[in-house]
Design a protein around this ligand. Structure first.
Ligand SMILES: [Zn+2]
Length: 375
């Protein structure tokens, strides 16, 4: 496929029905970047050719000067093109893909921004005689397209800098602005969302300057915890369950303080059999010695009146734990994360949520030790 053919296929990406020369200038500026000083000068590939050159270039490859192809390669900016292709409506992407298929090139719609970029990289570098640069650029385009694709997901998941927990946006003089970079972790063949980390500007700069494999391992470990935390959110989001848990939490919170007395018959053994985290054993023991009998009674009342589907709640919390248990978080951290999540959704208060999680640990197969297969 030649440049003029691809350019014609890409016309739906540039609305406005421009004439040939202004259309090609617009298209060229979609995949090249020049500094402000070079903008609209001869160092800007979209300004370099004359209107008549562009007119001819629109319909014949022979009219496309090699020198212009070299200038385009020098200023090629995959990210600008990938973002422009990613922003197109699906119908426009489909139209462009169909246009390109007519030239015998297959474009996978799932991977549209990358596939168009790859095609253009090959065409331009063939024309410029710079074939040796193609592999590296295609690889870079693959990483960039994945970063663009997963950007929203990564930002939502990270809740701040993955390294130092600095917030994603900084506030000054009443305005907030984004302050993050997304770095690529290392050269894996398959690139997925877990191969990137969201870092604050400072940490990203340091990472780009130099990083060790230990740094990468650390960031990957944090990514795994973030992923697990996200699974908790997803696993704990059944329709309407929040309001039902709320009823139970409210009861815990409304128990009069002077009526709550520790249960002298409370046995800590079941907790010790499940937990190996001393902090979590102590905090659950304290909660349960005080609250177990109340929570048990109230959960039964709410369940039998239909106000709480206890089995559903148990199932949700157990499956959330299940996704987190191999995340590298300690048992205490997992329990904290569970109660924090319930608190965010119910707004009754963090203490009641901790009591509820302790209760679930006490009575369910939550934090059950891994089964050891006997020989
Ligand atoms: Zn940071």
């Amino acid at each position: 496929m030649k440049f003029f053919e691809l350019a014609q296929c890409l016309e739906p990406a540039v609305p406005g029905g421009l004439a040939r020369a202004p259309y090609l200038r617009e298209l060229i500026s979609m995949f090249t970047t020049v500094t402000e000083a070079d903008w609209a000068t001869r160092r800007d590939p979209s300004s370099l050719p004359s209107d008549s050159t562009l007119e001819s270039m629109y319909s014949r490859d022979a009219a496309f000067p090699k020198k212009l192809a070299m200038a385009m390669c020098a200023k090629f900016d995959a990210e600008t093109l990938i973002r422009a292709m990613d922003d197109l409506d699906l119908a426009v992407q489909e139209l462009i893909a169909t246009n390109i298929e007519a030239y015998g090139e297959h474009i996978d719609l799932e991977d549209f921004p990358y596939e168009v970029t790859e095609l253009l990289v090959r065409i331009l570098h063939d024309k410029a005689g710079l074939q040796d640069k193609i592999a590296q650029l295609v690889r870079q385009a693959r990483i960039t397209s994945m970063r663009v694709r997963y950007e929203k997901l990564l930002l939502a998941r990270s809740r701040g800098c993955t390294n130092c927990q600095a917030p994603q946006s900084v506030k000054s003089h009443g305005f907030s602005r984004d302050s993050y970079d997304i770095v690529f972790l290392d050269d894996t063949d398959e690139v997925g969302p877990d191969d990137f980390a969201v870092l604050c500007k400072g940490c990203a700069e340091k990472y780009d300057l130099a990083h060790t494999s230990a740094d990468i391992t650390q960031l990957r470990k944090r990514n795994a915890s973030l992923l697990a935390a996200e699974s908790v959110d997803a696993g704990l989001a059944p329709l309407g369950l929040e309001t039902k848990i709320t009823a139970l939490l409210r009861v815990i919170n409304q128990l009069p303080l002077d009526e709550i007395v520790p249960d002298p018959g409370y046995k800590v053994l079941p907790l010790q059999e499940k937990l190996d985290d001393a902090s979590l054993i102590r905090s659950c023991r304290d909660s349960m010695a005080l609250y177990e009998k109340y929570v048990r009674k109230e959960a039964q009342t709410l369940d039998s009146s239909g106000a709480l589907d206890f089995e559903l709640m148990r199932h949700q919390i157990v499956s959330a734990w299940f996704t987190m248990r191999n995340s590298g978080m300690s048992q205490y951290q997992i329990a904290q994360r569970l109660s924090q999540w319930i608190d965010e959704r119910t707004n009754i208060g963090p203490y009641a949520c901790q009591v509820l999680v302790a209760f679930m640990i006490q009575i369910c197969d939550l934090f059950a030790p891994k089964k050891v297969l006997s020989a």
